[in-house]
Design a protein around this ligand. Sequence first.
Ligand SMILES: Cc1ncc(COP(=O)(O)O)c(C=O)c1O
Length: 393
Amino acid sequence: MTFRDYSDLFMIEKGFTGLNHGSYGAVPKAIMEYQYSLMNRMESLTTRFFTRELPHLLEESLETLCNFINSPYESTVFIKNATTAANAVLKSVNFANNDEVVTTNLIYASCRKALDHITSQKGVKVHKVEIPFPANDNTTIFNKVMEKVNERTKLIFIDHITSETATIMPVEMIIEAASKRGIEVFVDGAHAPGMIPLDISKLKPDYYTGNCHKWLYTPKGSAFLYVNPQKFDQMVPTVISNHYNDGKTPAQRFRNSFDWSATMDYSGYACVGKTIEYLEKEVEGGWKEIRKRNHALALKGRDILTDMLNLSPTVPDQMTGSIVTMKLGSKSLKDPKTGLDIVQIELLDKYKIEALITTLYPTDERIIRISAALYNNEEGYVKLGKALKEIVE
Ligand SMILES: Cc1ncc(COP(=O)(O)O)c(C=O)c1O
C-alpha cells in the first residue's frame, strides 16, 4: 500500500516529525480557519452569538456527529473531553451499599484517579483486572474481565482502545454479557471515533464517551457522551450550571443539564460536524479510507521499528488501530523538571521528532507508542528508528 501524505492540510511545523497524534490530535488548517471565524463572530457581538447563533451551530454539528457514529441524537451530548465524561458518569451511577466495579489495570490515568476517588467516597469496591501486554486475543481479555463479575457488580468500566498499550478491547462481547446480567457498562472510547468504525446504536452501551479531538481531527476540547435513555434522569454533569435538570421530559432534562456548561468557548464543538464533512471530501475514499490508511501505516511503522531496533512482538494486527505500543527493553529515566522520559526530550530537541515515550503502568518499563495520522508517512518511522538507535547505542 502506498501512503498518500496529507501533511499539506495540517499545520505541523516544517522540519519536525509528529508521531504522537494519539495524545493531543492535530487540526486541519481549514478547520482552524473556520474556528477562528466563529470566534471572531462570537466577539463581534457576544449575546447575539451565544443566544441566537450558537444553538443552531451546535445542533447541526451534533447531528453530523451522531450520523457518523450512529448514535441517537437525543442520547448524545457534546462534552469537553473523555475525562470530563468519565467524571460525570461515575458521579451519576446510582451506587448502593456493597456495589462493586470491575475495570482493568489499563484504564487511562485520569479515569483511574476519578474512579478511585469517587468509589472511595461512595464506599464502592473496585476490582482491577490485570491485562497482560501484549494481550493476544479477545477471549482471554473477556474471560479475565467476566471472572471478576459477581452479583454485586454494578458497573464495568472498560476502554474501547487502551491508551498505554494501544489495544482494541472486546467491548462488544463485554457489553452483551453484562447486559444479560443487568450490569451497566461505561466504555471510554477516547481514541475510537475516526480510528475504528463506531456504531453506538449497535453496541448498546449504557454510557460511552469518545474524543473528537484525537482521530476526528477536531479542535481541542471536543468530545461526546452517549447515555442510555433509561439513565437520563440520574445523570449529573461534571459542571452543574444554569439549566441543570430543566425540562418536562427526561430527554429534555438530560440535554439541558449537559448542553450548557456555563460561559466558555464552544467553538470547538461547533467545528466537529464541519471537520467530519471536510475530511470526508478532502481524503480520497473518505473516512473509510482514512481508517484503513492509518491502520496500515501504523502496522508499517511498527514493522519498521521492530526490525530496526529488534523489538519484541506487539498486540495482534486485528487488535490494533492507528496507534501501536512497543517495549523498548529499558527502564525509564525521567527528567526531574518536566517529568518526561529523557529519550522523549532528546528525540524532540536533537532529532525534531515528537513521539510518546512512557512506562507500562505500574512498572518503570520504558515503552514507545507511535501514531499514524494523515500527516504521517513511512519515512517518519525510519527517521525515528535511526534516532532511537543512536540514542540507545
Ligand atoms: C483511553 C483514554 N481515556 C481518556 C483519555 C483522556 O482524554 P482527555 O484528556 O481528552 O480527557 C485518553 C487520552 O489519551 C485516553 O487514551
